[in-house]
Write a protein of this length. Structure first.
Length: 262
């Protein structure tokens, strides 16, 4: 099986060594949304790096473009602020050999650990809410054969907030793809700023209502709104849990993304 990293970024300069900076030691696609179209490739050691420059915006568009153009069997999503551990590729490929039934494998991030068990296991629906894009790997053929892609109505640059990873993984489940978790640390994330998160303000909560209804439907989104508002209330600063709940419900009722499921 062949492995490739799918790295999405914006405004990468031609002289920036993002491969060296990120300690990447495998074949890589870089999708650089930078205001113009172009292509170049080069060898970094024994590994091929292909850079697609795009006059386009939107993180989910970038992810989908990378998937379509990947030449690998196994792909790993990547952002421009990761620092990979040694021998990460060997660990990822070993996991796919040990769990050949897995279509998607979620790995761990050293400084952003998830609260899953210390043993490999198949993930359930509610587990998927806690997965970030940095952790997601997959068999390309499983996605393409089942027509599973990132939803371009969501994600950074869409104006609708985030949660695109959750939508992607729930779409995988709907197509009966097997999603595993393997507690292997593959990288750290040095993220200090976000391309979409501007704090817990009105827009954040209204967007969350829209996206959760889009993914879950009306009634499950209402239940989730209550859970999220209470469970995460300590993070909201000056906004009370009740105001957060009301704003999320406002987004659910707004239904900007057009989910008809009641």
């Amino acid at each position: 099986m062949k492995f490739e990293i799918l790295l999405s970024c914006m405004n990468l300069g031609s002289d920036e060594d993002i491969i060296g900076r990120s300690h990447i030691s495998s074949d890589t696609i870089i999708v650089n949304q930078c205001g113009h179209d172009g292509y170049r490739e080069y060898m970094h050691g024994n590994n091929k790096v292909r850079i697609f420059s795009q006059n386009d915006t939107g993180l989910t568009k970038s992810r989908n473009f990378a998937i379509r153009n990947s030449q690998a069997d196994i792909c790993l999503l990547c952002d421009d602020d990761e620092l990979f551990v040694d021998n990460y590729e060997e660990g990822i490929m070993k996991a796919y050999r040990e769990f050949p039934q897995a279509d998607v494998i979620i790995f761990n991030i050293g400084n952003r650990p998830v609260g899953f068990s210390d043993m490999p296991r198949e993930l359930g629906y509610f587990d998927l809410m806690h997965v970030a894009s940095w952790q997601i790997s997959f068999k390309k053929s499983s996605l393409v054969d089942n027509n599973v892609w990132f939803d371009e109505n969501m994600g950074a640059g869409s104006g609708n907030g985030a949660e695109e990873e959750f939508k992607f993984l729930t779409d995988c489940r709907k197509k009966r793809l097997c999603i595993y978790y393997v507690p292997l640390i593959i990288a750290d994330v040095a993220q200090t700023t976000s391309t979409w998160f501007r704090g817990y303000d009105t827009e954040f909560f209204v967007n969350r209502g829209n996206t959760t209804r889009y993914i879950m439907g009306y009634w499950p989104a209402l239940l989730y709104a209550a859970y999220y508002s209470v469970r995460k209330r300590h993070q909201f600063g000056d906004i009370s849990w009740f105001r957060a709940f009301r704003l999320i419900v406002q987004g659910i009722k707004e239904n900007r993304l057009g989910q008809k499921n009641e």
